[in-house]
Design a protein around this ligand. Structure first.
Ligand code: GSH
Length: 269
């Protein structure tokens, strides 16, 4: 199995943790041109030009949620999905909240901390405050979902934990740590100690060196960051309309490009 990957991506981390939990060996590589704009290496596997994309023989899949579903269906021997329909639906709901609302806040934090957007006149402080307030809400909601159980799916580790852990790690990496005495903080200590999770987070840390160069690369106009859906909404809602306007003017922000999808259509040949 082959995984198109990129460092510090929560979506890639979800897939790596699931593959490791299931004991499935895989090779991974970072495609040339990712983050710069549309990666030609990647669009053959994923016309959205995003990692993760999974290749298993003829099966080529993108989107972490779809890949996790595939892994469950294809390799049910080590099940990660909980047993009941209601518990499965709850995990899907938690995954959706993390993939959309939570990821958008972490994305904003990376933009501020490493890509150095929002400099001058207190803007960064406003955006940081908005991020911290949103994360407090999300952490409370996640804690409610956890309830009194040790894991998100109940008594055993499972998909619910796989889909939350990368996002909490992303905010920790950006300086928003959980209170270790809270149930969610204690869960995060437990999940981080799991070998599959520890290995995955360590790989991300090792790949994070590059982050010290990204502000200069952005200044030089070498990067085009993908402000898709919830990321754009978060930046606007948090008070960063000027960040978006400046990024579009400097061409360091891009929206989704449908050209690779259109090029696959036989109706357009
Ligand atoms: N919905 C997708 C999102 C994947 C995604 O956003 N991947 C980002 C990394 S976090 C990416 O590869 N972006 C490409 C780029 O910025 O050039 C999933 O769940 O897999």
């Amino acid at each position: 199995m082959f995984l198109w990957s990129t460092p510090l991506s929560p979506f890639v981390e979800k897939v790596k943790i699931a593959l490791r939990e299931k004991g499935l060996p895989f090779d991974a590589a970072v495609p040339d041109g990712i983050g710069v704009g549309v990666s030609n290496a990647l669009i053959a596997a994923n016309p959205r030009s995003e990692a993760p994309a999974l290749v298993e023989g003829d099966v080529v899949l993108f989107d972490s949620t779809v890949i996790l579903e595939y892994l469950e269906d294809r390799f049910p021997e080590v099940p990660l999905r909980p047993a009941s329909a209601a518990a499965r639906a709850r995990v899907r709901m938690i995954e959706d909240v993390c993939d959309t609302h939570y990821e958008a806040v972490n994305w904003g934090l990376f933009e501020l901390n490493y890509f150095k957007r929002g400099q001058g006149e207190g803007l960064a402080q406003t955006l940081f405050a908005a991020a911290r307030a949103d994360l407090a809400v999300l952490h409370d909601w996640l804690e409610l979902q956890l309830g009194a159980d040790p894991w998100f799916g109940g008594p055993a580790f499972g998909l619910g934990d796989v889909v939350v852990a990368p996002f909490i790690e992303g905010s920790r990496f950006n300086g928003v740590a959980l209170d270790p005495s809270r149930p969610l903080g204690r869960w995060f200590a437990r999940v981080s100690a799991r070998p599959t999770v520890a290995e995955t987070f360590a790989e991300s840390q090792a790949g994070s060196e590059l982050l010290h160069t990204v502000a200069d690369a952005l200044d030089a106009g070498l990067l085009r960051r993908h402000y898709r859906d919830h990321r754009l909404e978060w930046m606007m809602r948090a008070g960063g309309a000027v960040v978006v306007a400046n990024g579009l003017a400097a061409d360091t922000i891009r929206f989704t490009d449908l050209a690779p999808l259109a090029s696959l259509s036989p109706f357009r040949k």
